[in-house]
Design a protein around this ligand. Structure first.
Ligand code: THU
Length: 173
């Protein structure tokens, strides 16, 4: 089979930048510290007997309500669900019309050495983006970093460049 050579002269290289802020714990506002603390408390209650990797998420709504969630595993592995989706699905199920301001996420394991910032998986980024798009307002994402550091993304989309979105899908019946 003969393949045409790729035309490297015509190729255009593109780049996407993502933005995030880092804070030391002491620099956080009281409301951020409280939300992170709630995600840490949720993380301790995760049901993760198979991976021993516990994740917690805490969601702050614009009326001040906080929703928490954690990962829920299952002997049939794919039947489990990540902390972020447990939290955001429960939150949306119970408060479909109240905007989400911030989601704080933390992860830890007694069994694994963690030497990098733990960021949400691709499916959770896509799921969180759905609500950002629905409410037409950014959802901040706070991640517990290494040591004393906290990482802040100003919106979910910054965590998922080229997110899958298709407004046309809502019109197809
Ligand atoms: N997990 C989360 O809860 N959130 C993520 O974003 C990635 C992974 C959970 C799923 C599973 O229970 C465990 O962490 C190991 O993958």
């Amino acid at each position: 089979m003969y393949l045409e050579p790729v035309n490297f002269v015509a190729m255009k290289e593109n780049q996407i930048q993502i933005h995030y802020n880092t804070y030391q714990w002491e620099e956080l506002s009281e409301s951020y510290k409280n939300l992170m603390d709630r995600s840490i408390a949720a993380q301790h209650n995760a049901y993760a007997p198979y991976s021993n990797f516990k994740v917690g998420a805490a969601i702050l709504l614009e009326d001040g309500t906080i929703f928490t969630g954690n990962n829920q595993e299952n002997a049939a592995y794919p039947s489990g669900l990540c902390a972020e989706r447990v939290a955001i699905f429960a939150c949306s199920a119970q408060n479909p019309n109240i905007k989400i301001k911030v989601i704080a996420i933390c992860a830890n394991s007694d069994k694994i050495d963690i030497n990098t910032v733990l960021a949400p998986c691709g499916s959770c980024r896509q799921a969180m983006y759905e609500y950002e798009s629905k409410q037409n307002a950014p959802i901040k994402v706070l991640l517990k970093g290494l040591d004393n550091e906290v990482v802040e993304f100003l919106c979910v989309e910054d965590l998922l460049p080229l997110v899958f979105q298709c407004d046309g899908l809502k019109k197809v019946r």
